[in-house]
Design a protein around this ligand. Sequence first.
Ligand code: HDE
Length: 708
Amino acid sequence: MTADTGKPSELAGTDAPDRANTNDKLEALETFRSDATGEALRTNQGLKISDNQNTLKVGQRGPSLLEDFIMREKITHFDHERIPERIVHARGTAAHGYFQSYECHSALTKAAFLQDPGKQTPVFVRFSTVQGPRGSGDTVRDVRGFATKFYTDEGNFDLVGNNMPVFFIQDAIKFPDFVHAVKPEPHNEIPTGGSAHDTFWDFVSLVPESAHMVIWAMSDRAIPKSLRTMQGFGIHTFRLVNAEGKGTFVKFHWKPKQGVCSLVWDEAQKLAGKDTDYHRRDLWEAIEMGDYPEWELGVQIVPEEDEHKFEFDLLDPTKIIPEELVPVTPLGKLVLNRNPDNFFAETEQVAFCPAHIVPGIDFTNDPLLQGRLFSYTDTQISRLGGPNFHEIPINRPVAPNHNGQRDGMHRMTLDRGRASYEPNSIDGGWPKETPAGPRDGGFETYQERVDGYKIRQRSDSFADHFSQATLFFNSMSEPEKEHIIAAYSFELGKVDREFIRARQVNEILANIDLTLAQRVAANLGLPAPTAGTVPVKPSSLKQSPALSQMNLLVDSIKGRKVAVLVADGVDEGTVASIKAALEAEGAHAKVLGPTSAPVKTAAGGTLPVDASMEGLPSIAFDAVWIPGSQQSVQALSGNGVALHYVLEAYKHLKAIGVSDDAKDLLDLLRLDQDAGLLVGDGKVADFIAAIKQHRVWAREPKAKAVPA
Ligand code: HDE
């Protein structure tokens, strides 16, 4: 018998079914979880500790003794608690869940986890920012990582993607340059978490292939409302391979069932200070409340024979395939339903690698992807302290993994047998190769003919750097365009060297869109460019509606958060009815008072509050509701924090609903009613409809005049 599968050993290593029982394996992983409830405090060697308060000393006031092995063990372990953070994507948060295929996709791929619609494959997903260190703010302007580990029966498959579908560079050899440029500047380590500084803009203004990704990074996509409202993309073109060996090009997409929406810039900046953990808290709380976020995994499918049919090269990671040209075919759903038990053991120690694939999935020659295949395992060796990081519980596959690899730092497996080489005759030849096969076979690389000279060159088909940046800009709604102009102006305004600002405006933006360049130039006090610097062949598609977040909302307020502002004298009944109406739609209402103490109700009772208005500011909510009575509204009208609350929610274009009693409060603030600023206890349905729209965009020009 084999230890892992319990099946006769003569079957192992052949093309007979070699499936581990996923549930048994997951249970086995549970043995790594440690619960100290009811347990004695002990040393790492198992010794029970009688005094964890005092070091061993000579007398009560005497020197400490080196002999105190208990204190030394504790402090030594503590001294080594930190491991190097990730070089990029250091700030992250993660959750467990499962993936389930909608149907059998055998025509496309032989990957087992995409065959059986009844099967739930365990997954672990880590979201991250790119630039900032581990303790940096969640809501900074940045790309977000979206890395998924599928623990399939055939081995781990890691889809290590981002929330934007393109990348800054075309060739892996430029990655250290790009990362050095975007990271904080070397002399003073400023800025933390952002790209608004000279070295980043110096690099991207000199490297036009970054133009498309930079415009994504200057768009609202770089300040997502929540990790739950982000799309994800595999970026590179991958290959799926079916049992007949037929390959198909694909691009992977994650589409959130929660819709796609973003913060506004002022809100993102404030949140970075007021709640550094805004995104990780939101994800954690959603899962704890049972609002399990879901995404649909889909692929854009391109038959191999169509490889050269596009205006761009499928191997160029700075290009999308517009969804209007190739729609996304849904494959299955991802549900995140369990928070980790231990941040370090799981979220910090998880090690993703784009080279972790399973039979039925393969790479293409995208030169960025090719470099990534090397980099991720290499970086784990120093980050996780040696070559055995695959043995850390969160990284272990649920499939068995026997081979002749031995020893090394932190080896945990007690390999039995004498032969750690292959072929061998001492251990019966085990473990043996498995011939490639349609099902349960050994991995076989897709056979692709390659013929060429050894050269260091970029393909001419990678030369167009602007047409898709233009397509992106043209696909934005007016508010989204304004945000992009504002973001370039803000970031370049933080650049000290004027020649860098000018180069970005004249040599990059002017080639994307002249109005964009001129508006940014005006905001920076630079001469307006009148023409681009290179000829650009425009994309034959004028717009791609799938790129605008305005088209990616959902018809639901499930999971949205609403602040209900109360003060002494509040009408308890209206609080209860708005809460009930919101909760019936799956939203969450929190009652906020002037302090955390309960408020007095109109009927003479008390109403507990969830928090004070200062404790949970308006930026933590999607909408605000002010119930009656006149007395409580009057109290709020004399409270600066409450007035600021409403103004700020207005400025951030949120839905605000107030009872008839609160009309005067709006007059006091000189706020006009609009599609999202509603007066009247009966306006609950309109209020809910406004929350669905996520923001009241028509209000934006007016809101600019409201103090921040
Ligand atoms: Fe990464 N990237 N990357 N990257 N990347 C890392 O691996 C690298 C790229 C992405 O939550 C590192 O384990 C190179 C593209 C995510 O743990 C490192 C190149 C995309 C994460 C690394 C790229 C990504 C990483 C740092 C250019 C989107 C976080 C720590 C050739 C498709 C995964 C680590 C997590 C992390 C290298 C470009 C996504 C240094 C060399 C393109 C989501 O190995």
